[in-house]
Design a binder for this molecule. Sequence first.
Ligand code: FE2
Ligand code: FE2
Length: 486
Amino acid sequence: MSHPLAITGSDQSGDPQAQRTARAFLVALHAAIRAVRLYPIENSAVQKAIVELGQAAERVELANGHCRLRRIGDYLFVNETRLRLMLDNYAAVAYVLGLLRDAGLGGLAVVSPTSPRAWVVLIGFLQSPPLGFPEEERREQLLARVEQAGVTCFEFYGPADESEQLETELDGKERARQTYVRSLDVTREVMTSARLGRNAGLKRVKRAVQGIVDAILTDPASLIGLTTLREFDDYTFVHSVNVSILSVALGRRLGLTKPQLLDLGLAALLHDIGKSRVPLELLNKRGALDDGERAVLQTHTWQGVLAIFAMQTGAARPWRAMTTAYEHHMRIDLTGYPTPYRSRRLSLYSKIIAVADGFDAATTIRAYQDVPWTPADVLRGMRDNPRLGLDAVVVKAFINLTGIYPVGTLVILDSFALAMVVAANPDPTILSRPLVRMVTDAQGNRVEDLRVYDLTSCDASGHFEHTIIRTEDPQRYGINIGDYFA
Ligand SMILES: [Fe+2]
Ligand SMILES: [Fe+2]
């Protein structure tokens, strides 16, 4: 069957100019959507973002004669250009992919000059699609809404045939980002379906986990680095993906086999799926929860078991995922929740996921936590605070994996220069001396220094050239962690 959006093999992703124009359009779209979400329409920031979006679309049209945005599998295309995933845009790609999917869209085209109002109508719909309806109906509702508003400058397409998976050559870093985006997209789909009472299948989830495991076995640093970037809006989805990545990396450290890692990765990706049965107002609530609310939130453990039961899994039910959904907040001394009826020993997978879960949650800014701890503080707490109920051996392996100063930690050196940790030391026995990039000099002036410093290096007299004295909060210094991972 031919499809209006079928790719004709003319992938122009290699053309840098086309890439730039396409990226600018996508980033402008993402910025406008976020602005609309955060502020009232009259706000000048929203107005500016919308105008810039119109201009970016015009530039695409000027370059190619038309402007089409399409979703094919896990990839986004602007006209014939597949968007390369760069560090500054993969959050935007993941987000827009998700919005198009939610709206039941395979893509849209600008067919006549746009107005700011037209973009506002479009974004308004994309932000709150009628999720309870089947894909086709969602699209029809969009058409009706757009027509009703008198907007004629857009044309919409149904989803491209998913079997048309594109095999594209990606370099190592981009492959890691693609794995991340795909996992995020799948998690969003599974959790959204579960929220709507529709039962997603496990096939795509398994494929995404396969990607995570392959990446951890071949190039763990690239994928783990992505878990430190927290500019995403969808906390629960991002968190699930991060926990899956960290769990698989940790499982590998602990010597699990590849099939075990696949099982573990799947269990970790689904560990909070029960949250899809908890009201959104509660999940997004700012500030402290009262006892009743906390009790409802805590049901996500056993609700997770039910949600996994409801999935279309065929005969091979993911039993382990059910166990870990149930046990991941239980703590090894069973003082967590839910309270078990009789004594039990947590499965190793639950212990691993609890550590990855605790680390990611504590280092993330989210509704109930305005200032996150630094990663190093979190690790120290996990090691020294027995009340967290984490398994000591697993925590030790985790500290070995990430170093005492995990990737993305801002540190102060003994020279009083600020530096960013970009990798653990390749020698796992030297945990306190990671690889860093300089952020400021000793006087506090920002430096543009692309070099990576190994903190084990010594000067002529045999003393370490740099030593970490403590960690700092990057936010306090207005430092964007992502700038140091380009
Ligand atoms: Fe949880
Ligand atoms: Fe969690």
